[in-house]
Write a protein that binds this ligand. Structure first.
Ligand code: TXA
Ligand code: MG
Length: 349
């Protein structure tokens, strides 16, 4: 299969992309969070193809994207006042709302769950595609399962070229991090995945609870302990990391090839550091979020021994950045044992 590259700024291309969706094909498209891999949400066979293309396990439910409140109503069953209030306040935008599902939505979309995650995206590319298609579109992030999410059409092609029918290029995903997933339950807003809409912002609407991941639980597999992971090993740096790097053995015959993911710019002197990427020059967490996945993908192309991520302030969208780093590194810490193993592998390479 050859993957067509279509442009969201050409109306004929948007129509073409919508026609592909109508005929049960897969089309990746830009949203404000990350690129999604779309299929007609009401066509079970088309949705199955998403799992094949991404090599995604069937237990991982998809988010349904809508362009109207009528579509939201049609895929859900009995919307609570709190669910409506959340949609009203944050849509179109980077918020996914978990609601009871209607029978119209095939079980494969929700991995057999009785609930469905719904989101109305704000990016012009997604809006145009959804409007032209005229129905709900199931779409996970358009990456190979478990790998770093795509924030540009080129990332989608890196991962899925030849496995999907088209990508509708809408430029870069400006938020850069996936939607916040909330489950309105009774009078509480339960955050299942932190994202662009911060806990602080949600708290203005009601009581908020951030639900910690419980081992073995697959309520929200984006909550699996490993996800968003690069091919190179990744580990989290401790607070005193600059001194830690200065202390690393300088006499090694073969210095390590480390890549640093820095929140703010900082001079680092170590023979072991090959590359460093700064997430924000301004110190705005939104800027850091927008650069995060691009930075990880770029470092991952440099054949490094490891990618080390410096700590991130956990306020606002910073909580979502920290969540993605934790999962991309499977919670691995850059400690003495981590470096010892790297030196060993490097010496024998
Ligand atoms: O920003 C986003 O949410 C992007 C764009 C494309 O919209 N989509 C995205 O999809 O991140 P994906 O599949 O990579 O992550 C969706 C997460 C998964 O972890 C899934 O388990 C969770 O949403 N999810 C979907 N339906 C759910 C449900 N009914 N209950 C709990 N979690 C659900
Ligand atoms: Mg994903």
């Amino acid at each position: 299969m050859k993957t067509r590259r279509l442009s969201a700024s050409r109306p004929a291309d948007v129509r073409r992309a919508a026609a592909l969706l109508k005929s049960g094909k897969l089309v990746a498209f830009a949203t404000e969070t990350v690129y999604g891999l779309g299929a007609d949400a009401l066509n079970a066979r088309a949705v199955l193809e998403i799992f094949r293309a991404k090599k995604r396990p069937a237990f991982d439910p998809l988010i349904v994207h809508v362009s109207t409140i009528a579509q939201f109503v049609s895929v859900s069953r009995g919307l609570s006042p709190l669910a409506k209030k959340l949609a009203d306040r944050f849509w179109p935008g980077p918020l996914t709302i978990i609601v009871p599902k209607s029978d119209r939505v095939p079980d494969v979309v929700t991995a057999g769950l009785s609930t469905v995650g719904v989101r109305m995206p704000a990016h012009p590319c997604a809006k145009k595609l959804l409007a032209a298609f005229g129905g709900p579109v199931a779409a996970p992030s358009a990456n190979r399962f478990g790998y770093t999410s795509p924030t540009a059409a080129a990332d989608v092609l890196d991962d899925l070229s030849g496995r999907i029918d088209a990508v509708l290029d809408g430029g870069s995903a400006n938020v850069g991090i996936e939607s916040t997933i909330v489950w309105p339950h009774q009078d509480e807003i339960i955050v299942l995945r932190p994202g662009a809409i911060s806990v602080e912002t949600l708290a203005k609407l009601g009581k908020v609870r951030v639900r910690a991941h419980r081992p073995g639980e697959v309520l929200s597999p984006g909550g699996l302990p490993t996800h968003y992971a690069p091919h190179a090993p990744m580990a989290l740096l401790p607070a005193g990391w600059p001194a830690q790097l200065r202390r690393l053995d300088r006499s090694a015959a073969k210095p390590l090839r480390l890549g640093l993911l820095l929140y703010r710019a900082q001079a680092v002197r170590s023979p072991h550091v090959r590359a460093s990427v700064v997430l924000t020059r301004s110190g705005r967490p939104e800027e850091a979020a927008a650069n995060l996945f691009r930075a990880i993908r770029n470092l991952d192309k440099m054949s490094l021994d490891a990618i080390l991520a410096a700590p991130v302030p956990k306020k606002g969208i910073g909580l979502a950045i920290a969540d993605r780093l934790e999962k991309a590194s499977s919670g691995l810490r850059a400690d003495a044992e981590f470096y010892r193993n790297l030196f060993k592998t490097r010496a024998s390479s």
